[in-house]
Write a protein that binds this ligand. Structure first.
Ligand code: PMP
Length: 421
C-alpha cells in the first residue's frame, strides 16, 4: 500500500482523492461485492456507477461484442445510438424527445448550460449553495467546495440548499417557500445586473446537498419564478436517475416538475464513460444552429451498446421495484439502529439512496462520521459521507442490493457505532 500510495502521489499528484484512511486496493468486483488485492471481500454500499451490479455479465458481453465488431468516432451513421436514444427518451413522460451523448456528467452539465444560454439569450445561472455539478470551467462555477480562481462570476448565483436538520427558513414546512424566495432574490439580482436568467440547475434529489426529505411540489414555486423570468430548468439526474430512488425512473418525476433539460451520467453504462443531455428538439436545434458541436467519443457504438444493456437489465431484473423494496426495508433497519444510538439524529432516503445524519451535543458530528466511514471499511462495508457538514453517512449501493445485504449493513453499522461512540 505504501508503494502504491507513493506511485500515485508522484504520477497523479499528491492530492488526488481516495476514500478511507487506508484506501481499498481493489482487484475485482461482482454484483454488490468488491475484492481487494489480498482477497478480502467488501460489501459495496456506495458505488452508484455499477448501477446494475459490478461486472454485470450482460453489460460486459454487450461491450465485448460491440468492441469486437466495430468502434469508431461518431461522424458515421450507426444504429446503436439511435436504438439507445429511442429507448432512453421513451422513459421520459413529457416532451423530452431528443438527446446528445457525451462522456461525463460534467460535459453533460456544461452542454446543458450552453443550451439554456442559447435558447434564452441570457447568461445568468442559479444553483444551490452546497453542491457539485462537475469540473469544466463553466460548471465548476456552481460548485461549493472550492472557490474558483477569481471567485464566482457575476452571472452565477447560489441559493441556500434545503436541509433536514437546519431547514432553509427555519422549518421543514416552510422550506419550499424559503427556497423559492432565495431563487426569486437571485432572479432579481441577475436581472438588475443585466445577465437575466438562463437556467436554474438542480439535482432533483439534492444528492450532494445531503439528500433532504422533500415533498412532491417542493420546487413548484421556484420553477414558476424561473419560467416567468424566461429561464429554463435543468434537472441534473446524474445521481438519482435510472430508477435508483425506487419510486420513479427520474428524480424530477418524484418531485413532480417537468424540466426543459435533463443531464445523465454515472450509472448510465455501469462504469463505461457515458453521459447524455436529454431535451426538446427545439432546444437542441437552436443550440446546433448556433454551435457546431462534435463529441468524438459521445455515443460511439460501444458506449451506446453498454448503455442499452444497462437499460435492458434495469427492466428485465425489475431493479426499480427492487430499489423501492430493499430501500424501504433498509431504512426501517436504520431506524431500528437509530433507536439504540442517539448520535443518529435523522434517517432518510428513497429507494437505494439513503443514509443517517450524525449529531452529538447539539452539533453536527463531522469527525465521528469520518471515523464511522473508516470503521465500516475496516469491518468490510464500504460507504461514505455527505451533507453540508459532512456528517451524514451516505449509502447508495448497486441496485441489485438485497435484503441479506441490508441486514449485513445494519448489523455492521450497529456494531461500528457501538465501537466508535
Ligand atoms: N452532477 C452531479 C450531481 C454529480 O454528483 C457529479 C459527480 N459527482 C457530476 C455531475 C459530474 O459527473 P462526472 O464526474 O461524470 O463529470
Amino acid at each position: 500500500m505504501q508503494d502504491i500510495a507513493a506511485r500515485r502521489a508522484r504520477l497523479l499528484g499528491p492530492h488526488m482523492t481516495t476514500f478511507y484512511r487506508e484506501p481499498v486496493h481493489v482487484a475485482r468486483g461482482e454484483g454488490v461485492w468488491l475484492w481487494d488485492t489480498e482477497g478480502r471481500q467488501y460489501l459495496d454500499c456506495y458505488n452508484n456507477v455499477p448501477h446494475v451490479g459490478h461486472c454485470h455479465p450482460r453489460v460486459v458481453d454487450a461491450i465485448a461484442k460491440q468492441a469486437a465488431t466495430l468502434n469508431t468516432h461518431t461522424r458515421y451513421v450507426h444504429d446503436a445510438i439511435l436504438d439507445y436514444g429511442e429507448a432512453l427518451t421513451a422513459k421520459f413522460e413529457h416532451d423530452l424527445e431528443s438527446m446528445m451523448m457525451v462522456c461525463s456528467g460534467s460535459e453533460a452539465n456544461d452542454l446543458a448550460l450552453r443550451m439554456a444560454q442559447v435558447m434564452t439569450g441570457k447568461t445568468g445561472i442559479i444553483g444551490t449553495d452546497n453542491t457539485y455539478h462537475g469540473n469544466t470551467t463553466a460548471v465548476s462555477q456552481l460548485n461549493s467546495s472550492k472557490l474558483p480562481i477569481g471567485g464566482y462570476q457575476d452571472h452565477v448565483r447560489q441559493v441556500p440548499a434545503p436541509d433536514n436538520m437546519v431547514p432553509v427558513g427555519g422549518s421543514r414546512e416552510g422550506q419550499a417557500e424559503a427556497f423559492a424566495k432565495g431563487v426569486e432574490k437571485a432572479i432579481a439580482e441577475l436581472e438588475a445586473s443585466g445577465h437575466g436568467v438562463s437556467a436554474l440547475i438542480v439535482c432533483p434529489y439534492f444528492a450532494n446537498e445531503g439528500f433532504p426529505t422533500l415533498e412532491r411540489g417542493f420546487l413548484d414555486r421556484a420553477v414558476a419564478a424561473v419560467r416567468k423570468a424566461g429561464g429554463l430548468i435543468i434537472a441534473d439526474e446524474v445521481q438519482p436517475g435510472f430508477g435508483r430512488i425506487g419510486s420513479h425512473w427520474w428524480g424530477h418525476e418524484k418531485l413532480g416538475f417537468a424540466p426543459d433539460i435533463v443531464t445523465l451520467g454515472k450509472p448510465m453504462a455501469n462504469g463505461h464513460p457515458v453521459a447524455a443531455v436529454v431535451t426538446r428538439l427545439e432546444i437542441l436545434t437552436a443550440f446546433q444552429e448556433q454551435f457546431k458541436y462534435f463529441n468524438t467519443f459521445g455515443g460511439n457504438p460501444v458506449s451506446a451498446a453498454a448503455a442499452m444493456a444497462v437499460l435492458n437489465v434495469i427492466e428485465d431484473e425489475n431493479l426499480i421495484s427492487n430499489a423501492a423494496d430493499v430501500g424501504a426495508y433498509t431504512v426501517d433497519l436504520l431506524h431500528d439502529v437509530a433507536s439504540r444510538h442517539e448520535v443518529i439524529a435523522d434517517v432518510r432516503g428513497s429507494g437505494l439512496f439513503f443514509g443517517a445524519e450524525l449529531w452529538r451535543d447539539g452539533k453536527p458530528a463531522t469527525k465521528l462520521c469520518s471515523l464511522m466511514v473508516d470503521e465500516m471499511r475496516e469491518r468490510g462495508v464500504l460507504l461514505h459521507s455527505e451533507g453540508r457538514h459532512d456528517n451524514t453517512l451516505k449509502i447508495r449501493p448497486p441496485c441489485v442490493f438485497d435484503r441479506a445485504n441490508a441486514d449485513q449493513l445494519a448489523e455492521t453499522l450497529d456494531a461500528a457505532l457501538e465501537a466508535v461512540t
